[in-house]
Design a protein around this ligand. Structure first.
Ligand code: SAM
Length: 290
């Protein structure tokens, strides 16, 4: 049964030559996922038919991965050589194969854009060096790439903007914003292994407008920030303290807060903020100080 399923999937995908076109990234990644899932469900017990199917699957996987590798390498090369975002943002503004604008894609699951981004940013695996977090601090989980591109589009960062990502993890938000916009970006993160990973990625791509500070955000300097991003990095009293710090910043200048996840309704109750772009709960919300 599983052998038949693998055979059918292979026949369909082998015939579809459009999968080898560089611009068919989403469909190619979905095809690779289907192949991996089929192989997982089809144990190779060494029969002639199974072995032949396995060989065909491996050839197709290698071919499709090679197309991806070339595409990712060319984007990395352009970014490194100062060629702007190397076309990265274009992949995200409109999923052309679907004709579906980005802001209709809700939810916090990961998709093909995350495959693209993690290959472009090429983080070192922080492995087991990561220290346990104190209560109220939220464990590391990156913002799904489509939400970062959505933030970049809606926040319309200018050259005078300074984005501060509070609890920046491996630095996806700061790095992508620094690559795709003229803004200066600062990631503040407690975990040293994540900060080292983010710095390494910025250096390898020659991204000079993103910097990373290893610090508890409660002792950080917010004075240069114009836009603050929170993917629910902490809760409870820490969130309260940080919101009070931001309110003090807002007393002397206008700032924007961009949030994702369960912190959004809490931030939305702050009387010194107004929602400027209210969206679905699953999407990035943007607030500005009054
Ligand atoms: C949900 S992750 C968000 C990561 C990143 N902002 C992103 O969106 O991809 C939360 C991060 O906040 C960090 N964090 C939690 N409390 C912190 C604190 N008080 N100071 C600095 N970083 C903190 C955690 O280590 C974790 O990496």
């Amino acid at each position: 049964m599983a052998v038949t399923a693998l055979d059918m999937v292979l026949k369909e995908l082998e015939q579809d030559r459009s999968l080898h076109k560089p611009d068919q990234l989403r469909r190619r990644i979905e095809a690779l996922d289907r192949l991996e899932a089929c192989l997982f469900r089809t144990p190779n017990q060494g029969g002639d038919t199974e072995s032949a199917l396995y060989r065909r699957a491996q050839v197709l996987i290698a071919d499709l991965e090679a197309v991806n590798r070339n595409l990712f390498q060319s984007i990395r090369h352009k970014i490194r050589e100062g060629g702007g975002d190397g076309g990265l943002y274009e992949w995200a503004t409109l999923s052309s194969e679907e004709g579906r604008p980005l802001d209709q894609l809700n939810g916090v699951g990961y998709d093909y854009l995350d495959v693209l981004v993690s290959d472009i940013l090429q983080f070192d695996d922080p492995g087991e060096e990561v220290a346990p977090l104190a209560p109220e601090m939220v464990f590391y989980q990156p913002t799904p790439a489509r939400h970062i591109f959505d933030l970049i589009r809606r926040a319309a960062f200018g050259e005078h903007d300074v984005l501060i990502d509070l609890g920046s993890g491996l630095g996806h938000v700061s790095l992508l914003t620094a690559i795709c916009t003229p803004a200066r970006c600062i990631g503040i993160e407690l975990e040293a292994a994540y900060v080292a990973g983010a710095r390494h990625s910025a250096q390898a791509l020659n991204v000079t407008n993103a910097t990373f500070v290893q610090q508890d955000v409660r002792s950080a300097d917010f004075s240069t920030g114009t836009v603050f991003y929170l993917y629910t990095p902490f809760t409870g009293t820490i969130l309260r303290d940080v919101l009070d710090m931001l309110k003090r910043e807002a007393a002397s200048r206008e700032i924007r807060l961009c949030t994702l996840g369960p912190c959004t309704p809490i931030v939305g109750k702050e009387s010194w903020l107004t929602a400027i772009d209210s969206r679905d709960i699953d999407q990035v919300a943007i607030f500005r100080s009054l």
